[in-house]
Structure formats: structure tokens, C-alpha cells
Design a protein around this ligand. Structure first.
Ligand code: NAD
Ligand code: ZN
Ligand code: ZN
Length: 339
């Protein structure tokens, strides 16, 4: 099968012919014929070895994989065969720990991460886990389902953990793959949305998706611009550099919640002033992807026509130029490889 392989953190990916992976009996695995695979910025961090915990080359990235189940390992229900499924970042969790049994499988300490700790969906076939996939409903195309599988579920969850209520101001920092969905989920729960980016084209898209207030951070100080409209109740950070995190913190009004979602390289940090945080009753929340239940909700909302997914499709052969285009802000919102 064809696959895009990371061979070295400082080299481009290689398009290679590699064997179709074998199912391991008793592993809970299924073999999925991939149709579409979204390009999440996390895949770029993975390929560059940006984070403190690194994957081990050679590996195949990709955690927005959509395809049909072709076969299942012994022990997995044969009813899965033929179903169209999403393979998310949370490839599988233990199912038994305190986190897993309380609806927080995203925090399981024994999780498998697609395209990071195991090979992912930048390939014609991928192994997935029956206890990790989510079935894609008929009303959601495979091109739309791919970005929903990470960008969608992650920002849906971020809006949930921030407990946004109607008429609260939600500042979204970074209108990329994640951000263009965050604007929509914040609006769905009644938030007034401020979109912040450094590219005008991204702000134009945010406006089209219903953002109420736009701030070009390359030209205007977003802290001042957001404070002028009363400050943010919630600031969700989806831009992969430390500066917008500090700006987002300072844009909050009293009672505000900072939701950290992006994962800049090199174990980045911001300074949280104790006095202002205490007197302002500020919360700082980390939010990592979402559960299978969250993803099923994301698909249901999309099938009901409540969200739009903005994509451009590419061939897997274009993987390296696609990474460059994302890094340089030259893509509409999400790139999706068709396989
Ligand atoms: P993306 O590249 O599609 O979008 C990033 C956006 O941020 C772009 O529109 C870019 O123009 C904008 N930006 C860059 N610098 C900015 C600045 N200083 N101020 C405002 N905007 C700025 O990336 P993505 O796929 O949306 O992913 C974003 C980040 O989220 C990545 O770090 C990724 O690894 C992380 N991520 C986290 C989770 C999680 O569960 N926590 C899940 C998926 C992705
Ligand atoms: Zn992702
Ligand atoms: Zn667990």
C-alpha cells in the first residue's frame, strides 16, 4: 500500500510502498481501507519531533482517518465489516481506569494515539481499534468527516469544558483547521465570537462562519481590541505559538476561562500572575481532543446541517508541500488527503 512515512524529524516525509499491516488476533484491531485523511497541525509537530514526548521514526502520521472496515481481528464483532468509521487521535484507551469509566477516556494513562504511538491514516490502509473508532453517519461525507474527527471534536470539547453560556464573549485565537470549527461551536451555544488571527484570509473565513468581531493580530493588539468590547469570558487558544496564549490570558475579563488547546513546540510556557488570577477568579483549563461520545455528537450536529467544514482535497503525494502550505497560512482551513 501507499503511505507517507516520517523517517527522520529533520527530513521530508517519504511516499513509500509498505506492506498492508497484519491484524493481531485478540488485539481488538480492525483493518480500515482509508478514503480520506485530514492534515492536522499535530501531524506536523509529530513529523518534526516538536514535543517533549516524541514518536519513533519510521512511522505513518494521521489521526483524522475515515474509511470502511475491511476485516477484523479474532475477537472483534464481524458486524463492523463494511461500516464507515473515523479513526481519531485517541486510537484506544484501557476502558477500565477511573478516567475511562467516568467519561474521561481522553485522560487514560494507557491510551494509544493514532499516527503517533502507532501508525496512522496517511496510508491506503490503517489498523484501528474497535474500542476507539466512531461510526460515521450517512449524512456526513468522508471529506467532511475527516476534519471533524480531530479539529471538530477537539474544539467542540473545548467549548464544552469552558461551559460557555449564551451572550458570553468567546475569543478564538487561531482560525485554522481547529479555529474554523471553534467559531461555529461557540456560536451554537450562543456565544458572541471574537476571531483572532494574523492572516486576513482566515478572518474573512471567520466572518463568513458567523464571527461577530474580527481582530488581525498582525496589525492590532488583540488584548486591547478585546478589552475594548468588554473582555472575553472565554479565550480558546488554537494557534501553535506561545505569544497568543499570553495575549489570550490578558484579554479575559473577571471570571474568565482560558482554554489551552494548541501545543506549541519545545514545551512552551506562559507566566500566570497569581494576584490577577486570584482576584479575577480566572480559570486556566487544558483541553485534549474529545471522547467517542463527543465525536458522535459532532457528527450528529454536522448531519443536521449545524456546521460547515471548509476543506481543500489533495493527493498524498503532495504531503510535504501541504505541510509547508499549512505552516505558511496558505490553506483555506483544513487540507484533506484522498486515498
Ligand atoms: P492550523 O495551522 O490549521 O491553524 C493555526 C492558526 O493559527 C492559523 O490560522 C494561523 O494563521 C494562526 N496563527 C498563527 N500565529 C498566530 C498568532 N500569533 N495569533 C493568532 N493566530 C495565529 O493548526 P490546527 O490544525 O488548527 O492546530 C492548531 C494547534 O492545536 C496545533 O498546535 C495542534 O497540534 C493543536 N491541537 C491540539 C489538540 C488538542 O487536543 N489539544 C488537538 C488538535 C490539534
Ligand atoms: Zn489533530
Ligand atoms: Zn483508561
Amino acid at each position: 500500500m501507499k503511505a507517507a512515512v516520517v523517517t527522520n524529524f529533520s527530513k521530508p516525509l517519504e511516499i513509500r510502498e509498505v506492506p498492508i499491516p497484519d491484524l493481531v488476533p485478540g488485539s481488538g484491531q480492525m483493518l480500515v481501507r482509508i478514503e480520506t485523511s485530514g492534515l492536522c497541525h499535530t501531524d506536523i509537530h509529530a513529523a518534526h519531533g516538536d514535543w517533549p514526548v516524541k514518536p519513533s521514526p519510521p512511522f505513518i502520521p494521521g489521526h483524522e482517518g475515515i474509511g470502511r472496515v475491511e476485516s477484523v481481528a479474532d475477537g472483534v464483532s464481524p458486524e463492523w465489516v463494511g461500516k464507515r468509521v473515523a479513526i481519531p487521535w485517541l486510537g484506544s484507551a484501557c476502558g477500565n481506569c477511573g478516567y475511562c469509566i467516568s467519561g474521561w477516556e481522553t485522560l487514560c494513562e494507557n491510551q494509544i494515539n493514532s499516527g503517533y504511538s502507532v501508525d496512522g491514516a496517511y496510508a491506503e490502509y490503517a489498523l484501528a481499534y474497535a474500542n476507539g473508532v466512531v461510526e460515521v453517519p450517512d449524512g456526513v461525507s468522508s471529506v467532511d468527516a475527516a476534519p471533524l474527527t480531530c479539529a471538530g471534536v477537539t474544539t467542540y470539547k473545548a467549548v464544552k469544558v469552558a461551559r460557555v453560556v449564551p451572550a458570553e464573549r468567546v475569543a478564538v485565537f487561531g482560525i485554522g483547521g481547529l479555529g474554523h470549527m471553534a467559531v461555529q461551536y461557540a456560536r451554537l451555544v450562543g456565544g458572541l465570537v471574537t476571531a483572532v488571527d494574523i492572516e486576513q484570509s482566515k478572518l474573512d473565513l471567520a466572518a463568513e462562519l458567523g464571527a461577530d468581531h474580527l481582530v488581525n493580530a498582525a496589525e492590532t493588539d488583540p488584548v486591547e481590541a478585546i478589552r475594548e468590547v468588554g473582555g472575553a469570558d472565554v479565550a480558546v487558544v488554537l494557534a501553535a505559538s506561545p505569544k497568543p496564549f499570553a495575549q489570550a490570558y490578558r484579554s479575559l475579563r473577571r471570571g474568565g476561562r482560558l482554554v489551552m488547546v494548541a501545543l506549541p513546540a519545545d514545551d512552551a510556557a506562559i507566566t500566570v500572575p497569581i494576584f490577577d488570577t486570584v482576584l479575577g477568579g480566572i480559570s486556566v483549563i487544558g483541553s485534549i481532543v474529545g471522547t467517542r461520545a463527543d465525536l458522535a455528537e459532532v457528527f450528529a450536529l454536522h448531519a443536521a446541517g449545524r456546521t460547515r467544514v471548509i476543506t481543500q482535497t489533495r493527493s498524498l503525494d503532495q504531503v510535504n508541500e501541504s505541510f509547508d502550505d499549512v505552516l505558511n497560512g496558505r490553506v483555506p482551513a483544513r487540507l484533506v488527503f484522498e486515498l
